[in-house]
Write a protein that binds this ligand. Structure first.
Ligand SMILES: O=C(O)c1ccccc1N[C@@H]1O[C@H](COP(=O)(O)O)[C@@H](O)[C@H]1O
Length: 216
């Protein structure tokens, strides 16, 4: 099924929240969604207790997203108690992703041979596809961009664009891809896991300005 997307503002997800202050700063900057990495291979990983504390601080109407990479379903189920949406970055099947009573999105890394139309069909029950750069052996969060022209305008799922976004390149990305949302982690950090409030605000302002020009 093709999803009709009338002109609308671009949603913003800030990913890799590890500190209370970063959550407050990201919300103040205008976040639509905040991501919490539960994968232990990441420098941004938070454990279950930290997730509970940070998620409790997120106000209504800001979506709490948990990021997983081929993880134990019991862990995911426990974490889901604190989350609104699940983000899967590994080789999870649609059936696995659907097993936690929460809406979910599937992250796809843009390997050369990836067929996005086929992926959209096979992840039909996903709320959206998050498209990220491909680097062998790394499940995501590389800080690298990819060739945005590979994303077809007619994809049957909303696109969340990720991978190496910054305040400087996001306007071009929005103009080229017209994504439903943009997702950023490294581009708003002072160091891995520590967000910079000025970078959070600058990114949100760049998205707002790109939308203003696009929708004028
Ligand atoms: O942030 C991580 O450490 C991470 C680890 C494993 C999978 C995904 C991860 N992050 C996601 O990667 C993209 C892009 O990040 P960046 O802006 O290029 O740094 C983003 O979706 C994060 O959600």
């Amino acid at each position: 099924m093709k999803v009709a997307c009338p002109p609308m503002r671009t949603r913003i997800k800030f990913c890799g929240m590890t500190r209370e202050q970063d959550v407050a700063d990201a919300v103040a900057a205008g976040a639509d969604a905040l991501g919490f990495v539960l994968w232990p291979g990441s420098k941004r990983c938070v454990g279950e207790e930290r997730l509970a504390a940070l998620a409790a601080q997120v106000p209504a109407f800001v979506t709490r997203v948990g990021l997983f990479v081929d993880q134990d379903p019991e862990l995911i189920a426990r974490c889901a108690e604190h989350l609104d949406l699940l983000q899967f970055h590994g080789d999870e099947t649609p059936a696995f992703c659907s097993g936690f009573g929460r809406p979910w999105i599937k992250a796809l890394r843009m390997r050369d041979d990836l067929d996005l139309h086929a992926a959209a069909a096979s992840f039909e029950s996903a709320q959206a596809l998050l498209l990220d750069a491909y680097r062998p052996g790394v499940p995501g969060g590389t800080g690298e961009t990819f060739d945005w022209s590979r994303i077809p305008a007619s994809l049957a799922k909303p696109v969340i664009l990720a991978g190496g976004l910054t305040a400087d390149n996001v306007a071009g990305a929005i103009e080229r891809v017209r994504p439903f949302a943009v997702d950023i982690s490294g581009g708003v950090e002072a160091e891995p896991g520590c967000k910079d409030p000025r970078l959070l605000s600058a990114f949100a302002a760049a998205v707002t300005e790109a939308d203003r020009k696009r929708l004028a």
